[in-house]
Write a protein that binds this ligand. Structure first.
Ligand code: 3H9
Length: 707
């Protein structure tokens, strides 16, 4: 776990080397082994200094977050922080010089180990990131980070790094003063040794007599003002949903004016209460571990050999098609981009070129890289060019006949054994598969717009889709760096079906006379990226109108109109306000600004009594969780985790909830069911909890554990 050796110059090299994991993490066992190794070096009179490094690609990835999930109480979590903190403090004051030789990424507790060394040298590695990202997991630096970083680089520089969880490349960390030097990787250990041999002092800045915080402490009026602004910004950004960033600020506020030992004590107390919050549990379980599992295809059928992709085809060079082509070519695949006419295909390639241009502007790609990606995209109107593709993705108009024609012509060019994916967002996959000679090799690959920013691909299994086809489609999604969630064929699949309830509920509230600004603010305060009426404008009301008309025609007497239907009909049929693309919907759009349409008050007079904001937030989130639960019951989505991942990545369901079904446990299952029953009585049957949930209520089990 920790390798130990002492060289001829009397320098101990203590190397983190966790045998059971690809990364080093802080666990009871690894910290105990570290302590033993360090104590051995401290006790050995022949040892004059210690170099701390790692044998892995990364340095240390922080505390093992599984330990936080397993912890039973605030006290246990606080004790974890105290143990790590006390160890690091004891080592930095033990009298022997310590150097951190940072060979790769050091995050959270990993960086905190280095901050407890007297000198930090990083290898010059473009992949390395240094930072205290605990806030992104709903916790805070609990091994001294909130106290040492401000004392090292000043409050003004440290606070944003911790409150936003930024990960810095080594050059930026050097500039910020977090590391003392950046050296070529092959000189790392020698340079660390050299610092000790040159007489490096075993004294931290904060233990020197007369130490002052760089840039001043919080008695300084400028810093007081700085903190007030940061606190206001955090409130605005988090709307009270995330305790961690405010608790980080409290650690700085209360801790940096005291001696470091008192500061560390304050930090551990805040760590315990923060790590015990449901938000921390959700961000770790769903936001980190479940997303990681989905990204790594942990649910992929195991017995199918991994598929390799070299050449793919994309049918339709519109916004989606060209976005998909850009993603494929960027991942190194030869990409045929096909449209009805050569000029349309060229236009699609030009869109990809524009996206690449932005990457160059941001320094993420150089000119050669851009040229190489572009060279991989072949625009064409000739189906014969598709020969040799391993996969063809169709992204043509959402009309059955057009899709059927494109599918048939592809089969003629490629033969039947190629994988065929449809990017439809509305049409059932099983029906579309009939036009492909091997329906077992046909699957839905639902990308989200804009493709270059959205990580999710909803992979839709048709009735005949085979396991092999599914596994290969998942391999493809991972190959282009996206994250898949597998769902079964159903109207609106999973994401569109559930997300729709959010803005439909916004419209239902409007129709009831709830003030539009209240609806929109409540939506944003839940943590959804946009208010529901703004979303409806983005989606376009005429499209929603079309979906209602089509569904009514398809379902006949089984159709029940959503509560939003009268509002949509009014806006499309009478008012001609179809949304953002027309410059007018629930909002007016002018000069890049968005303002609620003043005419709303006339169409939907605001009721004399208004609900409080908490009640509106509850409706907007509960309705989504209920629809997701129905999807789970109907087998549209296979697990609560899949539903959570799809909601987090697909439509930005607020991360503090852990996702759309973890939200039920966040509220508390019994309470959620009771609230839905009450909403069903007042706001409509759509809030009636499904039997599956009602039966679980009172059982003492969480939804996540039960399903
Ligand atoms: C903290 O430090 C609190 C302290 O302040 C307080 C102490 C008291 N825990 O991502 P990858 C696993 S909070 C547990 O695929 P990459 C990961 O799940 C922590 N497991 O590799 C995966 O498992 P599997 C603050 C962890 O190269 C495997 O390692 N630290 C942890 O794409 C490989 O990871 C962070 O927030 C962990 N901390 O990226 C950093 N880290 O093999 C979180 C990784 O089963 N970690 N695993 O799929 C990361 O950002 C990335 O993992 C990292 C590597 C950049 C390090």
């Amino acid at each position: 776990m920790i390798d130990y050796r002492v060289d001829d110059d009397g320098i101990a090299i203590v190397t983190w080397n966790n045998p059971d994991s690809p990364v080093n993490t802080l666990t009871d066992a690894s910290l105990a082994a570290y302590e033993t190794a360090m104590d051995r070096a401290l006790a050995d009179t022949a040892v004059r200094g210690i170099v701390v490094t790692s044998a892995k690609r990364d340095f240390i990835a922080g505390a093992d977050v599984h330990n936080f999930l397993a912890a039973r109480s605030v006290q246990e979590l606080e004790a974890r922080s105290r143990r790590a903190s006390a160890l690091i403090r004891r080592l930095e004051t033990a009298g022997k010089p310590l150097v951190a030789a940072i060979n790769g990424t050091a995050l959270g507790g990993g960086l905190e180990i280095t901050l407890g060394c007297h000198h930090r040298i990083a290898a010059d590695n473009p992949k390395t990131r240094l930072g205290l990202p605990e806030v992104t997991l709903g916790v805070l630096p609990g091994a001294g980070g909130t106290q040492r970083l401000p004392r090292l680089i000043g409050i003004r520089a440290a606070v944003p790094l911790m409150a936003e969880g930024k990960r810095l490349p080594v050059a930026d960390a050097l500039k910020a003063g977090i590391v003392h030097a950046v050296v070529p990787a092959d000189q790392l250990i020698d340079q660390a040794r050299a610092w000790i041999l040159a007489g490096g002092e075993a004294l931290q800045p904060w233990d020197r007599k007369g130490f002052r915080l760089p840039g001043g402490d919080l008695t300084h009026p400028g810093l007081q003002e700085f903190m007030s602004v940061v606190i206001a910004k955090v409130h605005e950004r988090t709307a009270g949903n995330y305790p961690a960033p405010l608790n980080i600020l409290s650690c700085v506020y209360e801790g940096t004016g005291s001696p470091i030992d008192a500061g560390l004590d304050i930090e551990s107390r805040y760590f315990g209460v923060t790590a015990a919050t449901v938000q921390a549990e959700n961000l770790i379980r769903s936001g980190f571990l479940a997303l990681n599992d989905a990204r790594k295809l942990k649910a992929r059928p195991k017995d199918v050999p991994k598929a390799e992709f070299r050449k793919v085809g994309v049918l339709g060079a519109g916004l989606m098609g060209s976005g998909i082509a850009h993603a494929c070519a960027s991942a190194g695949l030869e990409t045929v981009l096909l449209d009805r006419e050569q000029a349309l295909a060229e236009r699609g390639k030009a869109h990809a070129e524009k996206l690449l241009g932005r990457e160059v502007e941001r320094g993420r790609l150089d000119a050669d890289g851009r040229a190489a990606v572009l060279a991989r995209i072949t625009p064409t109107a000739d189906y014969a060019t598709l020969a040799g593709c391993e996969l063809v993705i169709e992204a043509v108009f959402e009309q059955r006949e057009i899709k059927a024609e494109a599918t048939r012509r592809t089969a003629e060019a490629t033969g039947p054994d190629v994988l065929f994916g449809s990017n439809t967002s509305t049409l059932p996959i099983t029906g579309l598969a009939e036009h492909w000679p091997r329906p077992d090799n046909f699957i839905g690959l639902h990308f989200f717009s804009p493709v270059h920013r959205m990580a999710l691909v909803e992979v839709i299994r048709g009735r005949q889709t085979s396991d092999a086809c599914l596994a290969q489609a998942l391999d493809f999604v991972a190959r282009i760096g996206k994250t898949p969630v597998v769902v079964n064929d159903s109207r609106g699949f999973f994401t569109s079906r559930v997300f729709t309830t959010y803005f439909e509920e916004g419209m239902a509230l409007l129709a009831e006379g709830v003030a539009p600004a209240l609806i929109e603010n409540a939506g944003r305060q839940t943590g959804m990226p946009l208010g529901p009426l703004a979303v409806a404008d983005e989606v376009a009301l005429d499209l929603l109108h079309k979906v209602i008309t089509q569904t009514r025609a398809d379902l006949g007497s089984a159709y029940t109109a959503p509560a939003s239907a009268p509002v949509i009909e009014l806006f499309v049929e009478k008012l001609g306000r179809v949304g953002k693309k027309a410059g007018k919907g629930f909002y007016d759009y002018a000069d890049g600004q968005r303002r609620l349409w003043p005419g709303l008050a006339e169409q939907f007079p605001v009721a004399a009594t208004q609900p409080d904001v908490a009640a509106v937030k509850q409706r907007l989130l509960h309705i989504q969780a209920l629809e997701a639960m129905r999807c789970l019951d109907q087998g549209v989505v296979g697990s609560t985790t899949d539903a959570d991942v799809a909601s987090l990545l697909g439509w930005g369901f607020p991360p503090w909830t852990g996702g759309v079904l973890s939200y039920v446990d966040t509220v508390g299952l019994d309470r959620f069911v009771a609230e839905c029953e009450s909403l069903a009585a007042h706001a409509g049957d759509r809030f009636a909890p499904p039997d599956s949930l009602s039966k679980l209520a009172g059982s003492g089990r969480s939804l996540r554990d039960a399903r």
